[in-house]
Design a protein around this ligand. Structure first.
Ligand code: UD2
Length: 294
């Protein structure tokens, strides 16, 4: 009796999805999502019943407005297709926000932010502006929030399988390395400090998301931590990414997304990445940033 139930449950095609070449669960027992570990039709149909409103928070400050068109156009083809999505574009050049045809239920909201003289202030400032915008507006308009880098293109489905209380993406450069190689903040003077013997994964700050209130708690905390750093005249080694990694070490993500969810045109695609869902574009850092490359 038990075995016939077991066979029925685990032999059915929708639950036979799996991968043997990669780890599909974290050591705190939440899913680690790869192509081949979920059924897109089943996942979408579950979430479509809930009809969630999904916010994408995007910064396009200075010359980064040039990336908006391709990001949104490719997002319309691949990101949460069939769901309600609002792209919140934070920019200092609202006249450069392109007109892009959006599917039904999808919108663009443009929000002003000041220009910057240092790229570091833009990336770190994302935590501050996201905190303010959620407080003043987004809270009334969204159930889930994603934070994304704009200099990237969607190439493949990025769907409801990514939704969770807190979902973080494995950084492509470190998902095969040991924690000794993670570029965590190692100076105890910074609020983003992580001791050498701690750490699960190294997550990218270029794509991450979750329930609105969980995301609010996270961005507010990271903003406050970076303010303390600023008072102490220290900036975390990878700005907001360092604070994000510290937060996620002690507040574990409820879903981890493989590096399929943010690859990069700088790197060859390895065997275990069966699909590239978003990829960071190659850019001339010195030309596009207000204060040059590094
Ligand atoms: C990495 C991370 C990024 C962030 C940054 C911090 C990846 C793929 N990305 O990206 O998430 O942690 O390091 O060092 O690993 N932006 C502007 N105007 C500017 C500068 C930045 O709008 O002048 C915005 C824009 O949305 C951009 C994002 O900030 O996509 C990240 O900045 P970046 O692309 O210059 O940083 P990068 O490639 O080093």
């Amino acid at each position: 009796m038990f075995w016939s139930f077991f066979r029925l449950k685990y032999d059915s095609p929708s639950v036979m999805q799996g991968r043997r070449d990669v780890n599909c669960v974290t050591n705190w027992n939440v899913p680690l999502v790869w192509e081949g570990t979920f059924d897109p039709i089943v996942v979408d149909s579950i979430y479509k019943k809930l009809n969630p409103r999904i916010a994408v928070i995007l910064f396009a400050v200075g010359k980064y407005t040039r990336f908006l068109k391709a990001f949104i156009e490719s997002g319309e083809k691949n990101f949460m297709v069939g769901f309600r999505v609002t792209y919140y574009i934070f920019t200092d050049h609202k006249e450069e926000v392109p007109k892009v045809a959006l599917a039904t239920g999808r919108n663009i909201t443009v929000l002003p932010v000041p220009s910057a003289t240092r790229w570091q202030d833009v990336v770190l400032g994302r935590m501050k502006w996201a905190t303010i915008a959620i407080d003043q507006q987004v809270r009334r308009e969204a159930d889930y929030v994603f934070m994304m880098d704009v200099d990237s293109i969607f190439y493949h489905r990025f769907g409801a399988e990514s939704l969770s209380r807190l979902s973080a993406v494995l950084h492509r450069a470190f998902y095969k390395t040991t924690r000794a190689h993670f570029p965590y903040e190692r100076r105890p003077e910074s609020q983003a400090y992580i001791p050498a013997d701690e750490g699960d994964y190294y997550y990218t700050a270029a794509v991450w998301g979750g329930y609105l209130e969980d995301m609010y708690k996270l961005v507010k905390h990271c903003h406050e931590q970076s303010e303390i750093d600023a008072k102490n005249k220290i900036e975390a080694v990878w700005q907001e990414e360092s604070h994000l990694n510290k937060y996620l070490l002690y507040n574990k993500p409820t879903k981890v997304l493989s590096a399929e969810y943010l690859w990069s045109a700088y790197d060859k695609v390895p065997e275990d990445i069966k699909v590239v869902r978003i990829s960071q574009l190659v850019k001339n850092y010195a030309e596009v940033r207000p204060n040059g490359g590094n």
